[in-house]
Design a protein around this ligand. Structure first.
Ligand code: PMP
Length: 404
C-alpha cells in the first residue's frame, strides 16, 4: 500500500466533526481501524462465527483455524519462537496484571525489588503496588531527566542483587520517549532479573523482535495497532510461562477436571480461560496484515518525519512548551501553552475538528515531574499528513488567541 493512499483506508476519517474534516491526533489512546480490519471482523460474524477448540463440525474448525492463524501471525510479527509463547489477553493492562498475579505471586517475596521508571503508564505501576501490599516487595523507580529520558547509568544504578524484575515502557505514551530497552535488558540480565516490556505504544510505530531484544515478557494492545479493542497480547518465553500458575480458571484452560484434582491445559491455552475474544484476535491478525502491507520501517520513517515537522511548526507558537524533548522519540508531542489550561485548549480545538487529548495520559508521575496538571498531546498514526499538522498548528494558534 502506498502511504499517500493510507488515509482512504480509514472510513471514519472521512467524517466531519463540528462541520470540519476530522483531524485525528489521538492514536496514542486508540488508533483508527482500516476497512480491511472492519471487513475481516464482519466476515467472521457473517461466515465463520462459532466457538473455538470445542466443536468437531466444520464451522467451529474454521473459527479455530482463523483464531489460531491470528496467533501465528502475532508470533511472526514479534519474531517469537513458538505459538505457545503468544497469549491472547484483553490488552496491555491485562497482560501486565497477568504477569504480576502469576509470575509475581509465585516468584517474589518480601524485600525483592521490582524496577520500573518514572515514565510508566499507571498500568505498569499499580499492579506492582498491589503486589507490594500483598507481599512486601520493594518498588524501585528509575528517575527520568528533564528531557523525559531514562539514562542507562541511572537505570543501572537501580539494579541490585535483589532486583527480580524490571518492568519498563518501550515507548512512553505521555512523552513519546523511546527507551534504550535492548541495553536495559542486557543490564538487567547481569543481575539475573527478568524483564517485561510494555510495548503498547512501540508496536504500532516500529518493528519489534522479542528474540533480538531477549526480553522475557512483552505486552501490547490490538486497538493501538489499528486493530479492535478488547484484544491484546502477552508474549512470554515458553519456559517461564510453563512454570507459571494459571491466571484465571474455567473452560479451555484445563486438560482434565475431577472434584479432587484438575490438570491444566498446555500453553498457550493454560492462560486463556473461557471463550476468548475470537473476532478480536482475527481482527488483530488483519491489523498486522495492514501494517505489514506498508512495512513497519516505512511507518517509522514516515512518522519520524511528521514528528520533526510538527515539532518545528509548534515551536513557532508563543508560549508553547513541549514536554518531553528526548532525542529518540516516536510520534507523540506533549505540550502546554502558557496561560491556558489544556482542557480549554482541547475543547476549543474540537470546534475546528481537531481531536487531540488533554489529560494526565494515565501517567500522573510524569505530570508531577514536570509540575503540570495535564498536557495537550498530539499522537500520530500512519494516516496523519502534513496538512493535519498545519491544521493542528493553526488551531493551537487560534485557541491560544482566544484564551490568553
Ligand atoms: N501502557 C502504555 C504505554 C499505554 O499507552 C497504554 C494505553 N494508553 C497502556 C499501557 C494500557 O493499554 P490498554 O488500556 O490497552 O490496556
Amino acid at each position: 500500500m502506498n502511504l499517500s493512499d493510507v488515509k482512504d483506508a480509514f472510513p471514519i476519517l472521512k467524517q466531519l466533526e463540528n462541520g470540519q474534516p476530522l483531524v485525528y491526533l489521538d492514536s496514542g489512546a486508540t488508533a483508527q481501524t482500516p476497512v480491511s480490519v472492519i471487513d475481516t471482523i464482519a466476515r467472521y460474524y457473517r461466515e465463520e462465527n462459532a466457538n473455538v477448540h470445542r466443536g468437531v463440525y466444520g464451522l467451529s474448525e474454521r473459527a479455530t483455524d482463523a483464531y489460531e492463524g491470528a496467533r501465528s501471525k502475532v508470533r511472526r510479527f514479534l519474531n517469537a519462537a513458538s505459538d505457545k509463547e503468544i497469549i491472547f489477553v484483553r490488552g496491555t493492562t491485562e497482560a501486565i496484571n497477568l504477569v504480576a498475579q502469576t509470575w509475581g505471586r509465585r516468584h517474589l517475596k518480601a524485600g525483592d525489588e521490582v524496577v520500573i521508571t518514572e515514565m510508566e503508564h499507571h498500568s505498569n505501576i499499580v499492579p506492582w503496588q498491589l503486589l507490594r501490599e500483598e507481599l512486601g516487595i520493594k518498588l524501585v523507580v528509575v528517575p527520568m531527566t528533564d528531557d523525559g529520558e531514562i539514562r542507562l547509568a541511572d537505570f543501572e544504578a537501580c539494579l541490585t542483587s535483589k532486583t527480580q524484575l524490571v518492568s519498563v515502557v518501550h515507548m512512553s505514551n505521555a512523552l513519546g520517549t523511546i527507551n534504550p530497552v535492548a541495553d536495559m535488558v542486557q543490564a538487567a540480565k547481569k543481575v539475573g532479573a527478568k524483564v517485561l516490556l510494555d510495548g503498547a505504544q512501540a508496536v504500532p510505530h516500529m518493528s519489534v523482535d522479542v528474540r533480538a531484544l531477549d526480553c522475557d515478557f512483552y505486552a501490547f494492545s490490538g486497538h493501538k495497532l489499528y486493530g479492535p479493542t478488547g484484544i491484546g497480547v502477552l508474549y512470554g518465553k515458553e519456559a517461564l510461562l510453563d512454570a507459571m500458575p494459571p491466571y484465571q480458571a474455567g473452560g479451555d484452560m484445563i486438560y482434565s477436571v475431577t472434584f479432587d484434582k484438575t490438570e491444566y491445559n498446555v500453553l498457550p491455552y493454560k492462560f486463556e480461560a473461557g471463550t476468548p475474544n475470537i473476532s478480536g484476535a482475527i481482527g488483530l491478525g488483519a491489523a498486522i496484515d495492514f501494517v505489514e502491507s506498508i512495512g513497519l520501517d516505512t511507518i517509522a520513517a514516515y512518522e519520524h518525519e511528521l514528528l520533526t515537522y510538527a515539532t518545528r511548526q509548534l515551536q513557532t507558537i508563543d508560549g508553547l512548551r513541549i514536554i518531553g524533548t528526548a532525542p529518540n522519540k516516536g510520534g507523540v508531542i506533549s505540550f502546554i501553552v502558557e496561560g491556558t489550561h489544556p482542557h480549554d485548549m482541547a475543547t476549543l480545538m474540537d470546534q475546528d475538528g481537531i481531536a487531540l487529548r488533554a489529560s494526565h495520559h494515565c501517567a500522573m508521575p510524569v505530570m508531577q515531574h514536570f509540575d503540570v496538571p495535564a498536557t495537550l498531546r498530539a499522537s500520530f498514526g500512519v494516516y496523519n499528513t502534513h496538512e493535519d499538522i498545519d491544521r493542528l498548528v493553526a488551531a493551537v494558534e487560534e485557541a491560544r488567541t482566544m484564551l490568553v
